[in-house]
Write a protein that binds this ligand. Structure first.
Ligand code: BMA
Length: 822
């Protein structure tokens, strides 16, 4: 039977002194020094733990540690091996990135692709005690070499990430620092085996009414003596075992199992994500040689792109049922890929699921996500859209890049094929669009290859061979062909970025793209997260350290310009901080609700972005410390199965009642136009019968929809538990009144309940729990308190909280508190 010895844990780094490494003069000389390493891990983290560099994520230390990325490094350890098996393999699930690997001083293999795994036969060089030595060449040395050889070409960023198969965003992005590192970022082990082993299992599923069909494609590897033996495979699922003989000389087999009365896997909102364990075992006579355990889920998935009268839709359909995609874009959880644990990934995905998300898009500047990521999505009923790893640049189609791309794609298509959550493969992020929109052809290097054949030929062909069960889209955005602009609101997927970059969020309401696979708005990270990342005694909006934690070109200026459209300017940090978070909520909520109300023309939204990989002002809903920004709660509420929104229709306000549920919604809508002091100026009610998975729009009569005094009135719609508000005036122009918020703080088990009451409308009250305690959380974001009502914010923490702590500045604050008195 194959045995495995885990080589995770303690290893040792030394800087490679072959002359290229720009080793700085440190207080403790680096050359010759042994530095403790953790595997899986990353060079920066180990240097930090050894106190050899400052925290790269604090202040502007990113710049100070840039030498680390330019050095060559050696990573080694010793290991004992049990001899006797026919084969001993060193298996590396992830090498970041350019390395040569030696065992007992003999080179056994080399790597130049972080997105592949490697298996090196070390039988001939292995003794009872051994050394393994991994010599990393700086990623820059490799990338700049191929950039010179193949020719520089257009890119959205100055770094050479398109010339090396390494997580693009480790070179920096418009939300991330430039810290490309090296290391063994996934598991490492020694495997010993004889006769044969299971090399790969590719279980594809189909479902016909009540019957699930599992087709398991199994690849074997044999030793020299195993080549002449007949072997035997067993595939077990749902209490059935199906057998297959593998004659001598053959090294693959396909086993088909029918599962009657199958329980299907459904994504969130459609049903339960039912999973079936599958065990594949390999035998030689009565001797078991190997076993591979996995899980599958029976479901069909398709994207309906049949042209219609309005253009080309993009309808994700699971088990034959079309669904409205409530998605989030996912970026790597750390700029140091080896630092991402299974627990961390799971926590984040649970947060997504609790925010009513039903699809996570793994963006192409990151990685093919981990088994832990996909296991969690399978269990949580989250669909996954996985990009192939290309983003925002022209990529060379020449060698050695092409072979590496195809090898990594082949391996990951097989590795991820068992996961029912994996619903869509996507060719790239924005490259087809940028080719046209940024006029790449006219730029230096524009005459060179740029990646089109990956997206339009090679990757779809590879999927046809290895996994025809899942839909493929050539790019995001993509309109289906060059006949239309790749980013066309009438055809397939659309990225909505003009609003953030140039216009205003209100323009979201001007169109209803068929499927919005990216849109978003920046907002500051939680206060505590920024406070921990910036050591200035006081946080100031314009401080260099604060600006360093903003990576978008002109990011602060865009924030200021966008805020100025809705609020009087402020230079006070705490006010600015709350205002950016408020604006992020307003913008994203406006887009989400408008596009949900545009169903069935618009069939999905993927908000940019769920998570962050360092403390930064970015588009994320959850910051790098795992703290929920107010956007998180707005997303949860606007992704709820049933929502209301008041939208400016054709000359009149409309109430849109969105019912993304199995049941019809038979009810009554109550509308009231009220004064900020609560007095009702007009009211109206209307019976509703909203069929399942549909939207009903009701034009509101002018009596409720038209204010007599816009600065002093608001509109509220109530349908059962749901509520929607419409403010007739921007927050800076609403009538002021003297009454302050009344906050009643009560100590309860696990934290504090903060009841907020107001005699007048208190627009957008926010409780910031991290200003009370670093680990405190709250159950809601910006909440408007209606006149005379009380809203409870539940603050929870791992230790008792002093009610007086809630009195500190900006723990409880409303938007109004950020606007300077006239
Ligand atoms: C899109 C994404 C990312 C980027 C984001 C925000 O272009 O694909 O590349 O981070 O917008 O600008």
């Amino acid at each position: 039977m194959r045995t495995t010895m885990d080589l995770a844990g303690r290893w040792t780094w030394t800087v490679d002194t072959d002359g290229r490494s720009p080793v700085p003069d440190l207080a403790v000389p680096l050359v010759g020094r042994a530095i403790e390493a953790q595997v899986p891990g990353a060079i920066h983290l180990d240097l930090l733990a050894a106190d050899l560099i400052p925290d790269p994520l604090v202040d502007q230390n990113e710049n100070e540690v840039s030498w680390v990325s330019r050095c060559d490094w050696r990573l080694g350890r010793t290991f004992a091996a049990a001899l006797g098996a026919e084969r001993i393999d060193l298996v590396l699930d992830g090498v970041d990135t350019v390395a040569s690997v030696a065992v007992n001083g003999r080179t056994v293999g080399s790597t130049r692709n972080m997105h592949r795994s490697f298996r090196f036969d070390i039988t001939a060089v292995t003794a009872e005690t051994n050394t393994v030595d991994v010599r990393f060449t700086s990623a820059y040395t490799e990338a700049e070499h191929w950039e010179r050889v193949l020719g520089a070409r257009p890119s959205a960023y100055p770094q050479p990430f398109a010339f090396i198969r390494k997580m693009a965003s480790s070179f920096g992005w418009d939300w991330g620092p430039t810290l490309p590192g090296c290391g063994l970022w996934r598991e490492v082990r020694v495997e010993t085996w004889s006769t044969a082993r299971i090399a790969a299992v590719r279980p594809l599923v189909a479902v016909y009414e009540e019957t699930g069909i599992l087709t398991a494609h199994i690849d074997l590897e044999r030793t020299g003596s195993g080549a002449t033996l007949p072997l035997h495979l067993e595939v077990e699922i749902a209490g059935q075992a199906v057998h297959a003989e593998v004659p001598p000389g053959e090294d693959s087999a396909t086993v088909v199992v029918a599962v009657p009365d199958v329980r299907r896997w459904y994504p969130r909102g459609l049903g339960e994500p039912h999973l079936y364990p599958v065990a594949v075992s390999l035998w030689s006579g009565k001797e078991q040689l190997d076993e591979h355990c996995t899980r599958v889920g029976f479901r069909t998935v398709a994207v309906d792109r049949a042209p219609d009268a309005q253009g080309t839709p993009f309808v994700v359909t699971v088990n034959g049922r079309p669904l409205f995609v409530k998605g989030v874009n996912w970026i790597p959880e750390s700029v140091f890929p080896g630092a991402v644990t299974a627990d961390r990934v799971r926590t984040r995905l649970v947060q997504a699921a609790e925010a009513n998300v039903n699809l996570v898009r793994v963006w192409g500047g990151g990685v093919h996500e981990s088994d832990a990521f996909y296991d969690a999505c399978d269990e949580l009923g989250l669909l996954v859209w996985q990009d192939f790893l290309f983003a925002c640049a022209a990529y060379p189609e020449e060698e050695p890049i092409r072979s590496e791309v195809l090898a990594e794609a082949r391996e990951n298509v097989v590795r991820l094929s068992s996961h029912p959550s994996l619903a869509i493969w996507n060719g790239n992020n924005e490259n087809l669009w940028m080719r046209l929109d940024k006029d790449w052809a006219a730029q230096p290097g524009g005459e060179l290859t740029w990646g089109e054949r990956y997206y339009l030929e090679w990757l779809p062909e590879l999927l046809r061979q290895l996994d025809p069960t899942r839909p493929y889209t050539e790019g995001s955005p993509w309109s289906g062909s060059w006949a239309h602009d790749p980013n066309d609101t009438d055809h397939q997927t659309f990225h909505s970025w003009d609003a953030w970059n140039e216009d205003d969020y209100t323009v979201y309401r001007d169109s209803s793209p068929r499927f919005v696979s990216e849109f978003g708005w920046q907002g500051a990270a939680a206060w505590r997260t920024l406070r921990d990342a910036i050591t200035d005694p006081e946080l100031r909006v314009d401080a260099d350290n604060v600006r360093h934690h903003q990576k978008a070109i002109d990011g602060h200026a865009k924030l200021a310009r966008n805020l100025a459209r809705h609020l009087p300017p402020t230079s006070d940090f705490d006010r600015w901080h709350l205002q950016t978070q408020w604006m992020q909520v307003e913008a994203v909520r406006t887009g989400v609700l408008h596009w949900r109300a545009s169903w069935p023309r618009t069939t999905g939204i993927i908000v940019w972005q769920l998570n962050d990989l360092w403390p930064v002002t970015s588009w994320s809903a959850i910051d790098s410390a795992g703290r929920c920004k107010p956007l998180y709660f707005a997303l949860r509420d606007s992704y709820a199965p049933r929502v209301l929104t008041i939208e400016p229709g054709d000359g009149a306000l409309e109430l849109c009642v969105v019912n993304d549920d199995e049941e019809a919604w038979d009810t009554t809508a109550y509308l009231a136009r009220r004064g900020l002091d609560g007095v009702t100026a007009a009211q109206w009610s209307h019976p509703l019968s909203v069929p399942p998975r549909s939207v009903t729009r009701v034009v509101l009569p002018s009596a409720v929809a038209e204010p007599s005094d816009p600065g002093a009135e608001f509109l509220v719609a109530t349908v059962d538990e749901e509520r929607a508000l419409w403010h007739f005036a921007p927050p800076g122009e609403a009538r002021r009144h003297g009454t302050p918020l009344e906050a009643t703080v009560t100590a309860v088990t696990g934290g504090l309940d903060i009841g907020v009451r107001s005699d007048h409308l208190a627009r957008d009250v926010l409780v910031q729990p991290d200003r009370i305690h670093p680990a405190a959380t709250v159950d809601r974001g910006f909440t408007t308190v209606l006149p005379g009502e009380t809203e409870i914010f539940r603050v929870r923490a791992p230790e008792p909280l002093d009610p007086a702590s809630a009195q500190a500045a900006f723990v409880v604050a409303s938007l109004r508190d950020t606007i300077d008195p006239d």
